[in-house]
Design a protein around this ligand. Structure first.
Ligand code: SF4
Ligand code: SF4
Length: 534
């Protein structure tokens, strides 16, 4: 195990001379993300585009920055009842204190959820409560200064908005929502990170986070069709922009372009072909993910709007969504109220099994794991789990599908049907208690790597446990960010464990009509002898 991170101690072993309100963040290399470029701020029509970095002394804030922040806070206190409630009701019981992976990985007290929220509450008390105005520090209030702005930036970009802390809070305080407001307020001053704004700007201009233009999207899908044919002997058809299809399929753009996501895409294509689904991809709604969620409610709404717009244009009946994490938080918690109601669509009904998915009647959008689990349950597809016998699999519940939509059993049902060797990680690290990958909510950048490895430490230790006990060599998940950020996390803390999507494993096991004898899995890895002779 690497030496430099194994010592996880409080960052200040001796209590500071002053209370927490007087301490300042240290912008140490490896623990913060680069600022949004002026170009991206301009693309997104955001204020105060300028060259600056968080490590600079002078952040070049607008002259009236304080008034801008306080006005922004006032507006949001009036607009979001949850925000005001979360500012008022914390009793500082400490139940959340040791539940954040960033606190566990860094030992920094300001990464305790209660203290992270207090960074903003202290300002709220000073400017928006009578006791705070009258009694100041005695009432837990503090002045809004440039150092406070810097502290907000440092710690609101050390929260992955994973909501694990909220599971343990007796009042249901959702620190992720406080972080979201914190980032939104910082945006008003032009203080944001490029790893959030760059994908959002690409989505704004080109239609997806990776900036893949329509012709490249088609090329990539065609390439996946060729590769799938090479492995299975079956040539599949991939419709794009097909008017009148039953179903619009929307996936995170990483699925088209990067590995291991791409193997998940091959799994979808194999499945849709095998069941004869009348569906279509879209070159316009070519991104299900939404980095607006990590920036502001307005940007989230804008980026999300194209899904319903495209469903309307193509005259589909309902929408199916691929494996992603935050995409589903936006869909499940915000889409129908932000951009709906989508009355022009129907409640999703599987054309293969006839199952009506009542729980999706509001959004009209179904998660692929729900769709596939139903196919397996109704005996509509044939699986040969021996084709995954070279994998000893565990499952990482991605924070958003698990905690924001309760998608806990369906992925497990698929994995247990498609794999012979499946092992759960310890109970307090899975399902709604799952630990974040440490890089969600736009923190998956290289310059922030130390913090990512620290934040991912609790998840990695749970994987290490099942590796030691069951020789696990594959971590399955269903989130595009996880698929990008768990591989380096595993490489650092638990070498020998690879990362895969649920539908990659489903695609490996799927027995297709007319297929040739399979020699390899979807990523080209040879099957065990017994499986290839089956
Ligand atoms: S668990 Fe809830 S009430 Fe208790 S300190 Fe944390 S946020 Fe406050
Ligand atoms: S939402 Fe997640 S990252 Fe943020 S404070 Fe809570 S546990 Fe930590």
């Amino acid at each position: 195990m690497p030496k430099e991170l194994i010592q996880i101690e409080p960052q200040q072993p001796q209590p500071p001379a002053c209370d927490w309100r007087g301490t300042k963040p240290e912008f140490r290399k490896g623990t913060w993300c680069y600022s949004g470029t002026p170009q991206n701020l301009t693309y997104l029509e955001m204020p105060n585009p300028r060259p600056w970095q968080p490590s600079d002394q002078d952040w070049k804030l607008p002259e009236n920055w304080k008034q801008i922040l306080l006005d922004g806070m006032k507006e949001r206190l009036e607009k979001y009842r949850s925000f005001r409630l979360f500012m008022d009701i914390c009793v500082r019981c400490g139940a959340c204190a040791d539940k954040c992976h960033f606190y566990l990985g860094s030992g920094d007290p300001k990464n305790m959820p209660v203290l992270r929220a207090e960074l903003m509450r202290s300002v709220y008390r000073r400017y928006f409560t009578l006791t705070g105005r009258l009694f100041g520090a005695l009432a837990g209030a503090r002045e809004l200064t440039e150092d406070v702005v810097k502290e907000w930036f440092y710690y609101f970009y050390q929260c992955t908005e994973c909501r694990r802390c909220s599971v343990y809070c007796p009042y249901g305080i959702d620190t992720a929502e406080i972080t979201m407001i914190g980032r939104e307020l910082l945006n008003l001053l032009g203080c944001n990170t490029n790893w959030v704004l760059d994908p959002a700007a690409k989505c704004y201009r080109v239609g997806n986070h990776l900036g893949i233009p329509p012709h490249s999207l088609k090329d990539n899908l065609d390439f996946a069709v060729d590769e799938l044919e090479e492995i299975t002997g079956v040539r599949v058809d991939v419709p794009i922009g097909k008017k009148g299809a039953d179903i619009l399929f929307v996936a995170p753009s990483a699925d088209y372009f990067v590995t291991p996501h791409y193997f998940t895409l091959m799994g979808y294509l194999a499945l849709f072909h095998e069941i004869g689904l009348n569906y279509t991809f879209s070159a316009y709604a070519s991104e299900g993910g939404n980095f607006g969620l990590f920036s502001s409610h307005d940007l989230m709404k804008q980026l999300n709007a194209k899904i319903y717009d495209e469903a309307k244009r193509l005259k589909v009946k309902w929408i199916l969504g691929g494996e992603c994490g935050h995409m589903w938080r936006v869909i499940n918690q915000y889409m129908d109220t932000m951009n709906g109601p989508a009355d022009f669509l129907e409640t999703p009904v599987s054309p293969i099994t006839g199952t009506r998915f009542e729980h999706a009647r509001s959004t009209k959008m179904l998660h692929i794991a729900e769709f596939t689990a139903d196919l397996i349950h109704e005996g509509k597809i044939k699986l040969d789990p021996r084709r995954n016998d070279h994998w000893r699999v565990t499952y990482h519940d991605s924070c958003n599908p698990a905690r924001a939509m309760g998608l806990l059993d369906e992925p497990r049902y698929i994995l247990q049907s498609a794999c012979n060797h499946f092992y759960e990680m310890p109970e307090n690290t899975i399902r709604e208690h799952t630990f974040c990958c440490g890089s969600g909510s736009g923190l998956g950048t290289e310059e922030n790597l130390e913090m990512r490895l620290r934040g991912g430490y609790p998840r990695a230790m749970a994987v290490r446990h099942v590796r030691a006990r069951h020789d696990v060599n594959l971590l399955a998940c269903q989130c595009a960010i996880d698929k990008a950020t768990l591989p380096p996390l595993m490489e650092y803390w638990v070498p020998g464990v690879e990362v895969a999507g649920v539908h990659e494993l489903l695609g490996n096991a799927l027995v297709m009509k007319g297929e040739k004898k399979r020699e390899t899995d979807l990523r080209g890895q040879p099957l065990l002898e017994e499986a290839s002779h089956a």
